[in-house]
Design a binder for this molecule. Structure first.
Ligand SMILES: [Zn+2]
Length: 432
């Protein structure tokens, strides 16, 4: 092993994006062997290859003990997906966790005891921290609430979700329950939003929105006089037109960005590729749609996710130009490892290197996060080694760069220590 490879394997990696399910869900209704292997992005590739939705749903249904039927319905399609980025992560879990070089029914059945041991209380944290060598994970659980997580208060940090505001489908009853404020106009909505941030902002590691799944990323400044009648219709239960949703959503996004600045929180935005199948209008997911927003809020820290695939050159140009933009490679290595490798090499020679975060698995189970982390390390080694081989970096420079991408940049952008100290103090005051 080279010094570079050894360094990347040994350096704790900051994981800036996951959707990990809770310790309780993991222990009580967590993944059996088949779900541990396949309940992640590979499901979309299986469907693209020709598997049915029913077969794929059954494959990851851990409550169904019929392993043979579940496996046999997808195994011919797995052959076609095994070398994609998603497939690579499945093979890493099969090899590293379940000692299977090839996935077979006999191997799956023989792995049940290993799986049972991995589902014990506390194992989820151990797997991520010790097997994954992760420093901590940042979780989007799609909620406003960011509470200290007793299963690892220093390790599991949470994003404050803003997606329902950006999509103009927020729940005013729940907002009232969380904040005590009843929303009847723009002013009271803004007060309730500020109250939500006052309550959860100090606990959160970032604000997050993936509204690109439901609407265009194109943002426009909206005036109160434009938005007020739309909000009024929304509160009366009228179904909004697409243009009205964009109007209210844009206004809400602006207020979220302002509150994120006030609370020293980076704002993460999904750009580019969609999870799933058969519903991706590529025009509306371009990162360039956000330029108006980036320009309007120079003091925000925007984290643009997933290299905006397939608009990665556009994102590199944006990151080079706007000083308030950071680029997060979460999910990118597994979508398209070659493109992401080229992206990193191009980025090194195009954009100041303090603006890039190297990893987020974007998954719900610990074994998948660990496999995606191993994949990122493997491809980062390959990318930086290619830089050395081409005479563009010395090994010493590549090693320093690796630390910066894996950890230093995230430490500089997110208030990690501050949030950890705060969460620990909350937990201590609850138990005393
Ligand atoms: Zn995600």
């Amino acid at each position: 092993m080279t010094d570079l490879a050894q360094h990347i394997q040994q350096t704790p990696l900051i994981d800036t994006h996951e959707h990990l399910l809770s310790e309780r869900k993991y222990v009580e209704a967590g993944p059996d062997v088949l779900a541990d292997l396949f309940d992640n992005y590979i499901l979309a590739d299986l469907i693209t290859a020709g598997a049915t939705q029913g077969a794929v749903s059954a494959l990851v249904d851990s409550s169904n003990p019929d392993l043979a039927t579940r496996w046999n319905a997808v195994k011919d399609f797995w052959i076609h997906c095994q070398f994609t980025g998603y497939g690579e992560a499945v093979r890493l879990t099969a090899q590293n966790v379940y000692n299977m070089d090839e996935i077979t029914l006999a191997g799956i059945e023989a792995s049940m005891e290993i799986n049972r041991q991995r589902r014990q209380p506390g194992e989820r944290l151990r797997i991520l921290r010790d097997e994954g060598n992760l420093d901590h994970v940042q979780i989007d659980d799609f909620e406003w609430a960011c509470l200290p997580d007793g299963s690892g208060v220093d390790f599991f940090l949470y994003d404050l979700s803003w997606v329902n505001f950006c999509n103009a489908n927020f729940n005013v009853v729940q907002l009232h329950a969380e904040t005590g404020y009843e929303v009847h106009d723009l002013n009271s909505l803004q007060i309730a939003m500020a109250s939500l941030f006052a309550k959860y902002g100090p606990n959160a590691i970032a604000v997050k929105s993936q509204h690109a799944y439901e609407r265009t990323l194109l943002w426009r400044e909206r005036t109160a006089s434009d938005v007020a009648p739309v909000l009024d219709r929304y509160l009366r239960g009228v179904t909004l037109t697409v243009e009205e949703q964009l109007c209210l959503g844009d206004w809400c996004l602006s207020r979220g960005v302002e509150l994120a600045i006030e609370h020293n929180l980076p704002f993460k935005i999904h750009t580019g590729y969609y999870a799933g199948n058969n519903r991706m209008p590529v025009e509306r997911i371009k990162p360039g749609h956000l330029c108006g927003l980036l320009e309007r809020y120079p003091d925000a820290r925007f984290v643009l996710m997933h290299i905006a695939y397939p608009y990665d050159p556009e994102l590199a140009a944006i990151a080079k130009h706007y000083r308030n933009v950071y680029v997060d490679l979460c999910w990118a290595w597994s979508i398209d490892p070659y493109t992401t490798s080229h992206f990193v090499r191009r980025f090194i020679h195009t954009v100041p290197i303090n603006k890039l975060f190297i990893f987020g698995g974007d998954t719900q189970w610990a074994s998948s996060s660990v496999a995606y982390a191993a994949q990122s390390r493997r491809w980062l080694i390959r990318s930086l080694q290619a830089e050395i081989n081409d005479g563009l970096l010395t090994e010493a420079q590549a090693i320093k760069l690796a630390t910066r991408l894996m950890s230093d940049n995230q430490q500089d952008c997110f208030d990690i220590q501050g949030r950890r100290t705060h969460l620990r103090s909350i937990l201590a005051s609850q138990s005393s």
